[in-house]
Design a protein around this ligand. Structure first.
Ligand SMILES: Cc1cc2nc3c(=O)[nH]c(=O)nc-3n(C[C@H](O)[C@H](O)[C@H](O)COP(=O)(O)O)c2cc1C
Length: 364
């Protein structure tokens, strides 16, 4: 069914303006009568952030920004779904066009700027899921015109803790001016103190909702020292490494499109994202787990992410170029790796290459 849907629709989606294609994909997922995903091989299951995840392959934030199709995405075989970024109030984002495909590079540039239906709409949808099950996290961000951005995060944690499996504090989008300044040490310390405090405050009703921090791959290693130190001292439950990059690797083929402002994702992001993941892993010293995102578009790149330090992985741009078959391809590759290594859990792979990756020359 999924293969059929994919073969039928991918050429059409590719012919459209990228943002129209995305809108159509969401509509199709709302309407498609998808059967429940087959049960995953139990060797792919992990317990991470106190959550039982049936397989480590998640869909990254930004695909289902308004929590419209989390259950359809779970039915496609994802082990977990991250909806959002949601902002407190609705906002339109930047003017179109704001989403670009770098076909020859298998990359994407976006400057959407947190286009969001706002927290009321998403909250209603997630609350209506009730006890549907599955791991569905929400990624939260501040409104562009907010007078107090930290307060935006606090109120979103308070509102969503009861309906989300976890909450990701997104301070790494390059498309909201000034947002990434929240990664600077004193500001981040205050933000995380207040966010974790909010989580504790609502825990009697909402339960122990894990709080994750999503960072940019563009941090300097000195800044990363600070960010990891603060995340550890403020006891966040994990980190996502990472968001899109404002850098443009020198070997991009689509040189004209590469001049568009925004965050680059997909295959060209892999080397930098993987290096930053490994750098984060060696600094975290197993105090909390990491989610690896950035440029996964094959079984091999997914396994490399896990070996660089990811307990879970997330894909987005790879789906644009490889289609939904990527989900099964990654799961099969992970099972083959387990067979080849005589392992019955992915645990042995997590971070196995982190030290080696950090010893390589810095990726261009
Ligand atoms: C079109 C698009 C929209 C995105 N929107 C968000 C977002 O709202 N919040 C967020 O944290 N990340 C967002 N991202 C970043 C992804 O979640 C992910 O971190 C990044 O794209 C790297 O993964 P990939 O190379 O597999 O795409 C977006 C990415 C793309 C391509």
């Amino acid at each position: 069914m999924i293969g059929f849907l994919d073969r039928l629709t991918r050429p059409l989606l590719h012919a459209l303006d990228p943002e129209d294609a995305h809108g159509l994909a969401i509509k199709m997922l709302k309407l498609a009568p998808l059967p429940p995903a087959p049960r995953d091989d139990k060797r792919l299951a992990l317990r991470v952030f106190g959550l039982n995840v049936p397989n480590p392959v998640g869909i990254a934030a930004g695909f289902d920004k308004n929590a419209e199709v989390p259950d359809a995405l779970l039915r496609l075989g994802f082990g977990f779904v991250e909806v959002g970024t949601i902002t407190p109030l609705p906002q339109p984002g930047n003017p179109r066009p704001r989403l670009f495909r770098l076909d020859a590079d298998h990359g994407v540039i976006n400057r959407l700027g947190f286009n969001s239906q706002g927290s009321d709409a998403a909250l209603k949808r997630l609350a209506a899921r009730g006890s549907a099950g599955g791991v569905v996290g929400i990624n939260v961000g501040a409104n562009k015109d907010s007078a107090d951005r930290v307060a935006d995060y606090v109120q979103l944690i308070e509102r969503f803790a009861a309906v989300a499996s976890y909450v990701t504090v997104n301070i790494s989008s390059p498309n909201t001016p000034g947002l990434r300044n929240l990664q600077q040490a004193p500001v981040l310390d205050d933000l995380l103190a207040r966010v974790v405090d909010a989580r504790e405050r609502v825990a009697p009703n909402a339960g122990p909702t894990p709080v994750l921090l999503k960072i940019a791959p563009d941090l300097s290693l000195g800044d990363l020292d600070d960010v990891v130190g603060i995340a550890r001292s403020r006891r966040v439950d994990g980190m996502i490494v990472g968001n899109t990059t404002v850098a443009r690797p020198p070997n991009l083929l689509e040189t004209e499109i590469a001049k568009e402002a925004g965050g680059l994702s997909g295959r060209p992001l892999f080397p930098l994202a993987n290096r930053m993941l490994a750098e984060t892993y060696v600094r975290v010293e197993d105090v909390f787990p990491l989610i690896g995102a950035g440029g996964i578009d094959s079984g091999a790149s997914a396994l490399a992410k896990i070996r660089a330090g990811a307990s879970l992985i997330q894909v987005y741009s790879g789906l644009v170029f490889r289609g939904l078959g990527l989900i099964a391809e990654v799961k099969n590759a992970l099972l083959t790796a387990l067979d080849d290594d005589g392992q019955d859990s992915l645990k042995e792979f997590i971070g196995a290459d982190a030290a080696a990756v950090t010893a390589e020359p810095w990726p261009k």
